[in-house]
Design a protein around this ligand. Structure first.
Ligand SMILES: N[C@@H](CCC(=O)N[C@@H](CS)C(=O)NCC(=O)O)C(=O)O
Length: 207
């Protein structure tokens, strides 16, 4: 059985969402953040990359959410929620699977700047964030989901950054994204995963 190591308030909630979408069984192991807000020693011991999510599949410890999502869909769900190379929207799918990490890097750099808005780095971050916002708006003007007409892992990858008020969630110039998020967060699997492992979720008693 797949074991999801969930770090409280983190992108590991994506994997829970995926498993709920696929209807696959999984075990959730909670790791609370330390008083410094960072991951605890129990999480650091899981994988050398020291990032959440980490997922255990048999004797393998998997890291990097995009790679984990693809791994689970192909190994355990016959490619469900992915797009194959012979499909017209294969590139779109790959683009949205990868672009997420780009915007995530911006977020961490922005945190490091502590609200500073002047200077080359702050300007570059703003320009790239604006570019990401434009790309999202244009994609969602063309199709109901980021990679085309169907819901895929690309939507699971992107929702965290689009929703989080500390990332793009506070912008008010993304009407297409807002309508998309209103729709996508009504999915039963999202609602269930959010209750289990979302930003407001608490570990079960004793965990
Ligand atoms: N590209 C990685 C990014 C993972 C990442 O940055 N995760 C954050 C949590 S949202 C993390 O591990 N932070 C370290 C910490 O909280 O100490 C992925 O998608 O898995």
């Amino acid at each position: 059985m797949i074991i999801i190591h969930h770090l409280g308030v983190s992108q590991s909630d994506r994997v829970v969402w995926l498993m709920e979408e696929l209807g696959l069984p999984y075990e959730l192991v909670w790791h609370r953040r330390g008083p410094d807000g960072l991951m605890p020693a129990s999480y650091l011991a899981l994988h050398p990359a020291a990032t959440a999510p980490v997922v255990q599949d048999g004797d393998r410890m998997l890291s990097e959410s995009a790679a984990i999502l693809e791994h689970i869909c192909h190994k355990h769900a016959g490619g469900a929620l992915t797009v194959a190379p012979d499909q017209d929207n294969y590139y779109d799918y790959q683009y949205w699977m990868h672009l997420n990490n780009n915007v995530l890097g911006l977020f961490f750099t922005k945190l490091g700047l502590g609200g500073q808005t002047e200077g080359i780095v702050a300007g570059m971050i703003q320009r790239r964030e604006d570019g990401y916002a434009r790309a999202v708006e244009q994609a969602l003007a063309r199709s109901p989901y980021l990679a085309g007409s169907a819901f895929t892992c690309a939507d699971i990858m992107s929702t965290y950054c689009l929703r989080s008020p500390r990332m793009l969630g506070a912008r008010n110039d993304m009407p297409n994204a807002k309508a998309y998020l209103d729709r996508i967060t009504q999915r039963p699997a999202y609602i269930k995963a959010n209750a289990i492992a979302g930003a407001e979720a608490e570990p079960p008693a004793g965990a």
